[in-house]
Ligand binder design. Structure first.
Ligand SMILES: CC(C)(COP(=O)(O)OP(=O)(O)OC[C@H]1O[C@@H](n2cnc3c(N)ncnc32)[C@H](O)[C@@H]1OP(=O)(O)O)[C@@H](O)C(=O)NCCC(=O)NCCS
Length: 112
């Protein structure tokens, strides 16, 4: 059984080696929810994260199906939050206890 029938997994590769990943599921209202975004620690802060997310935005725009991308982050994840702002995501409400008791998240969205 496919684990992600309604979604996509994107990889970033350097010389054939997987160094980053973005996973997204698609809601019935055509929102793409990015639930994982990571770059291998050895190659962080070199621009690969921004490049990968930019490519995901380009890809979903080109497909023309989704209306919006959404995701959440920790308020103190300055590195990720900088990328979201740079790529035009709008900061939304704070989601209290979203990842369990006392673990809040910030919501982000980008119209496509
Ligand atoms: C978030 C993540 C995917 C970013 O990938 P990356 O390849 O390191 O990101 P980039 O190099 O493209 O961009 C990082 C930006 O953050 C900035 N940055 C790094 N550390 C920072 C900090 N502590 N405070 C503020 N900005 C910071 C960098 O200067 C860079 O901005 P710039 O290009 O304008 O100079 C990566 O850090 C990661 O895998 N983190 C762990 C998992 C995670 O937190 N995922 C996000 C979940 S919401």
């Amino acid at each position: 059984m496919p684990l992600m029938r309604y979604g996509r997994i994107y990889g970033a590769f350097i010389g054939g080696v997987l160094v980053g990943i973005i996973e997204m599921i698609i809601s019935e209202s055509y929102q793409g929810y990015i639930f994982s975004f990571a770059i291998r620690s050895a190659v962080r802060n070199l621009g690969y994260g921004e490049e990968l997310l930019r490519k995901v935005i380009d890809d979903v725009r080109e497909a023309g199906v989704l209306k919006e991308l959404i995701l959440t982050s920790s308020e103190d994840n300055s590195c990720a939050n900088k990328i979201y702002e740079k790529l035009g995501f709008k900061k939304g409400e704070k989601l209290l206890n979203e990842y369990g008791w006392g673990i809040d998240r910030i919501s982000w969205s980008k119209k496509l």
